[in-house]
Design a protein around this ligand. Sequence first.
Ligand code: S3P
Length: 447
Amino acid sequence: MTAAGLKSTPGGPLRGTVRAPGDKSISHRSMILGALASGTTTVEGLLEGADVLATAQAMRSFGARVEQEGPGRWRIEGQGGFVEPSDVVDCGNAGTGVRLIMGAAAGFPLCVTFTGDGSLRGRPMGRVLDPLARMGATWLGRDKGRLPLTLKGGNLRGLSYKLPMASAQVKSAVLLAGLHAEGGVEVIEPEATRDHTERMLRAFGAEVIVEDKAHGGKVVRHIRLPAGQKLTGTHVAVPGDPSSAAFPLVAGLIVPGSEVTVEGVMLNVLRTGLFTTLQEMGADLTISNVRESSGEQIGDITARHSPGMKGVVVPPERAPAMIDEYPILAVAAAFAEGSTVMRGIGEMRVKESDRIALTAAGLKACGVTVEEEPEGMTVIGTARGNHPVRGGGLVHTHGDHRIAMSHLILGMAAQQPVEIDEPGMIATSFPGFADMMRGLGGDLVEA
Ligand code: S3P
């Protein structure tokens, strides 16, 4: 028997107000820092997606007590360090989970074997293992550091590490390892990436020094974690995930007659590149009720149907602030007039899937013209001459949640329904996606 797919059918306007699910990046970090810290950490608004639940389970195997107290409310009793897991640590689909946990675990004299699902076992771990090895950790794994792999840490030396790619996961792994490195660590970021680890380390009592220095006309960020930091449990209120809010919001922009508000969306500028880009395209996207929650700005975002959107060239330097949002931007771009050019996004090829290839294939299956490049893609919008997107494709998601959700959103505004083959993986980041979209008036049925 094959698992059922999911089909979205074009229909009436989407209307209503919804709450963004908890931010995935912050949810993972709250579990990991809570487990590393001494004492109690309480979390509200945790994203209870499969990825974060895998991290919670991993933290139990490293010795923390992790309990759910109510919907989104969790308590972590940290032991001030990690003990050696008695079995393989399975991080499921989560790149953030495994990379940050490897960094954290490297600080202790433990021998740990990590694995994950088929997608995670295909993803590059060398980017994390290289700096950890320079600090003194050793590992044995498959070709190019693919999972499963075994890591042995402890007695780490300090490191000043210039990131070879814009990756918050690599930065975070080095910082977490640095908590137990003699001499502390410094990470140098040629492009600023999401800073949730730095912010959360501070909230747990650590000293993190961030300096923007000019290097040959370019501003480069130096993040320093001095030696000897102690983490103490705290309370974390997880803000709404801009990467998840993107789906109902883009649906609001492309389905005629819609008005959709997503409340409580995190507005950290290192995450909001999609919203900036959509506004540049002429989208009717307004941000209101801006407030602060647990050290992050949050706000409510309203999207109204925007038939006049125009293609833009997305500045490559914006990529780190919207790296997970290019598939859904490509969908919005399909409904705009003219071309939307996305470059400097080679990192998309090593996400849960090769997202450039799958976005291009999915859009092409729905009648959209896409030009694929090694590190970019251009979507030719269909709005000119008022030829709406055809839809009608069967989209192969290769187990990638964002590819699945992006194409289901496309189907709500196209001429013909769109079917995806594997809806199960949506639960890794957005378990309530289908119900939320139905609640707004979307037509989503098993196929
Ligand atoms: C994340 C960083 C990004 C992003 C991922 C979450 C994080 O990955 O794509 O979904 O929480 O640090 P990279 O660090 O590989 O760019």
